[in-house]
Design a protein around this ligand. Sequence first.
Ligand code: COA
Length: 700
Amino acid sequence: MVQLEKLFNPASVAVIGASRTPGKIGYAIVNNIISSGYRGNLYPINPREEEILGKKCYKRVGDVPEKIDLAVISVPAALVLGVAEECGQAGIKNLVVITAGFKEVGKEGAALEEELIAVTKKYGMRMLGPNCLGLMDTHTPINASFAANSPLRGEIAFLSQSGALCASILDWSLEKGLGFSKFVSLGNKADLNEVDFIADAAEDPYSKVIVGYIENVVDGQRFVEVAREASLKKPIILIKSGTSKAGAQAASSHTGALAGSDQAYETAFKQTGVLRARSMEELFNLAIAFATQPIPRGDRVAIVTNSGGPGIIATDNVEHHELKIARFTKETVEKLRKNLPPEANVYDPVDVIGDADDRRYAFALNTVLADPGVDNLLVLLTPTATLDPLKVADVIIDVRNKFPEKPVVAAFMGGTKVVEASEKLSRNKIPCFPFPEPAIASLAGLVRYNRHRTTAKNEKEYTFKGSPDRVKEVFQRVRGNGRVVLLGSEGAEVLTHYGVPAAPIKLAKTPEEAAQLAGAMGYPVVLKVASPKILHKTDVGGVRLNLATAQEVEKAFVDILDNVHHYLGNVEICGVEVQKMVPRGRELIIGMKRDVQFGPLLMFGLGGIYVNLLKDVSFRLAQGLSQAEIERMLRETKAFTLLKGFRGDEPADIPAIVETVGRVAQLVRDFPEITELDINPLLAYKEGVSALDVKITIAS
Ligand code: COA
């Protein structure tokens, strides 16, 4: 793991490009470091100054008598290389490069950035930026940035690929009273990137939750490894922008067409336990929930309200987020019934009704939270003349302190009457919202994290020992024929070398050979035109089913060639494939598309000709895919209901399907040269499976 200790907690800092002129970035950085209460030694570097903000100034970093842990560079882009070189010579190991004018401005900037990376490598320096706002650590404390203010101390580690967003979040957080442990502007991520900071924050005792805004991930495979480990230690919540569907159109396989460019991110986040926020609001609602609440033990929510409508809205949301309405014990129900007015609802959601005051709330909240069937609590309040919201806020703070292991959130619905009470709750670490929906969404985030942490803890990658040498031979043969698309028979061969059963299929060059192969295989058989250029064989009369004799086979061979030539003219044809007719089973699809960032992305779902129409599919990355994760992948589809046995149907062999997905995952991990793969359909039987149509494309 990269050690970032000296970046966040340096004993000495040089600011190169420090300035005496207020309003300049070089001034702001020095000023922020001083006013953040930094206790180490600070050295402004400026060739023309003697002293800046009361600190002795040096002409060059090499002139400083002490060893420097961190250099913050804010000289114009043309000077950065020279300055970085001087830092290297002075033995500095950590750089923050604020300067813009690198990769983000085009080709020349990108070349300059490459040179900068080379200098940092030469001296073994680690670099944040360039083109960033800087970094802050409230526990060191240090604010080595040119932001307009310093964050409050807290437990949220925040990283952002946008410097401007950093600046506005920071300002907003001060108004909200929200604190941070670390605050990092990632800039161009030329060296250190989100993964380094996630790994660092995962080990940081002052950070309880990791929150970030990213536009991309630099190294997908490393992200998966690190995020998987880190999310078992603490929650990671990311918002990722740029979710366009561009790129999906170009793909030729079903999997390629169904997996847009965002799918791999979505999958990587889900599989590694990273919570993905859909909006900035959700990002910080979740951040606050995790920073202030314990991780719940389960998904059962109790709601206490003084009005019916909001209670129903909240209940709907509980269901929407796959949480559960708590079922109270008999004792709880009895106790509520005895002590609440007869009009009150004593089942969840508990309605203490419109004339409730703080004492009635106190009774209901204490009773409900003491129930062992309650994992989470939402308190709803609408302002009435019979209660003082501030007193209810005190009651909530009091019960939260009595039951510290259960998350408590609130929605005080109103404006002027509830503003003070809401603020009091927030100050006392109870998230309070104006409406029930974000309150339930916050609880849902906590529950989702708990689910992931408990299920993913001991899961290991599913592995299978295939015969890679045999697969290599097939690929060599295909390339030798000047192709990159495997014929169905070659695809089936590859699968069988990885333990995936496929319906027997062989290539014939002549009608006679086809009849001979059919005889050896046993009738009935199917004939399919074999051509890397034909994607939909049936559409061009290229498939004949249920052939029972040698004569039928020979005739079908000739017919198929005639049909294909009729439809497509002189298209490249390798022959006709003879496949054994197999019994009908449930049609599934298993596919793979190789993602540039995250490697092989697997797809599972309902197969057959309606795949693209019904889109009943789920995705997982092959990297680190465990058996339990494959089972979850299957369960996500509607097809799974059919597989379990729908309306008296016999169930399909689900363990065999799970194994098949695992073996395909192993195959595509072992062979990075497989760019796309589709098994459609994979027939699932009561016992076993059989791959009927296999399409594999390899890199040239
Ligand atoms: N060593 C140390 N200091 C040097 C130096 C050197 N080799 N060469 C020049 N300096 C001094 C300058 O004299 C100046 O100090 P002064 O104010 O006393 O004159 C200071 O360094 C800065 O140089 P200057 O030429 O005035 O540049 P600048 O302050 O106008 O701009 C940057 C420098 C880095 C701020 C600018 O190039 C830049 O990149 N701005 C955008 C930053 C940004 O947006 N980052 C991304 C945020 S998300």
